[in-house]
Structure formats: C-alpha cells, structure tokens
Design a binder for this molecule. Structure first.
Ligand code: BEZ
Length: 209
C-alpha cells in the first residue's frame, strides 16, 4: 500500500547538495514541497529545477521549503545545478537529495516500474508542519509539472486549515470558499459572521481573508 494523504511522511537520512539531512529535523515546523525527478542533466527536469528556484520567494512567503530528489550523486547534482542556474537564469537555493541507491525513492514509491525500473517519476508530496502528507501528485517523466497549480494547492490547504473551509473547482487565492457540509447552519452563522450564500443546504459559499 502506497503513502496516503494523512500519513506521516516517512523519515530518512541522506546526502543532499547542502549536506546530510535528517528529513524530519530539516522539515520541522515548515511546509515541504518534496518533488522527484527522473535524472540529472535531462531537459524537463532542468526547467522544473529552474522554476522552483525562480519561485523561491513565493515558496518562502507560504512557509514552504522545497526539497528535490533524483537518483544521482551529489557531485552530479552540483554539476547539473550549474547548468540549471545558467540556462534558467536563476540560483538554485534548496537542497537536492542524492538518492543513488534509490532508498528514498523506494520509501516514497517514486519508482513506477512500468515507466522505469531505475529512475523516479515526477512525484510531488506536500507535507505540512506536523509532517503529515497533505497532497500527492504523480506525473509521467515526459510531462513537466504546473508550478502555478503547486502554489495554488498550497494556498488552498493553508486557507482551509486557517478558516475551516474547503475550496471549489479552480479556486484561486482570494476567491469564494465553501463551508463544509459538516458545519451546521447554526455553527456556520457563528463561525462566518461575514455571512454566507446558501445555494443548496450542502453548497454554501463565504469569503475569508
Ligand atoms: C526530462 O527530464 O527531460 C526527461 C527525463 C526522463 C524522460 C523523459 C524526459
């Protein structure tokens, strides 16, 4: 059985481009965007690493630490990061796990043998400050991830946690949110004094800041 939403993110100790880390110690108190890559010196991965670095301020503003992974060595990662910095006009400032023996990739089920028996697919784990897995996404090797969506789901999770709400299809930060059906009308009136719109008893919209 794979890792599921609500599971504690498994701990590991491993070398990275920024030295050895104990994952739980490194992540403590932060949200984490943990994302895997098939291999160093590959084109799609190069653009994704660059995009993550370019979005450093956006991740930091949300209290999120990015952590990359591919099944190559620290030396290979470091050489590749020079290329990422050069070609993507950025400076990579987050660690990349050197998972040469696939220990972490197997722990997080990032290797999907039907796609490749040796390289990780493009997995995403969004992990909260309590080290719970809050979101997983899995992309094939040939498709680069959508970083606007990654930031959007982090915003949705953080907004949901803060206000006890859910978010509708295609929600963006600042948009109307949904009062969960588990909240009674009486509770909703107390909890959302700003008011709410009842479209159906189970479909109620409100606004939060
Ligand atoms: C890439 O990152 O460009 C890539 C890696 C493995 C397979 C296909 C593309």
């Amino acid at each position: 059985m794979g890792l599921r939403i609500g599971d504690t993110a498994p701990n590991f100790e491993i070398d990275t481009t920024e030295g050895k880390i104990n994952f739980h110690d490194w992540a403590k108190g932060s949200w984490v965007f943990f994302f895997s890559h098939p291999a160093d010196y590959t084109p799609v991965c190069t653009t994704e690493m660059g995009r993550t670095a370019q979005l450093a301020e956006q991740f930091a503003a949300r209290g999120v630490k990015p952590l990359g992974l591919s099944t190559d060595t620290v030396e290979e990662h470091k050489g590749w990061m020079n290329d990422v910095n050069e070609t993507q006009n950025t400076t990579v400032g987050f660690p990349i796990v050197a998972d040469k023996d696939k220990k972490v990739a197997e722990l997080y089920e990032m290797i999907h043998p039907g796609e490749s028996t040796t390289a990780a697919v493009r997995s995403v784990f969004i992990i909260d400050p309590n080290q719970k897995i809050r979101l997983t996404m899995t992309y094939p090797m040939s498709v680069g991830r959508n970083f606007a969506e990654i930031l959007r789901v982090i915003d949705a999770l953080q907004t949901g946690d803060k206000h006890g709400v859910a978010t509708p299809a295609d929600w963006e930060l600042g948009g109307d949110v949904i009062i969960p059906p588990s909240v009674s009308m009486e509770e909703a009136e107390k909890k959302f004094p700003q008011g709410f719109k009842t479209v159906k008893p189970y479909l109620r919209y409100t606004t939060v800041k």
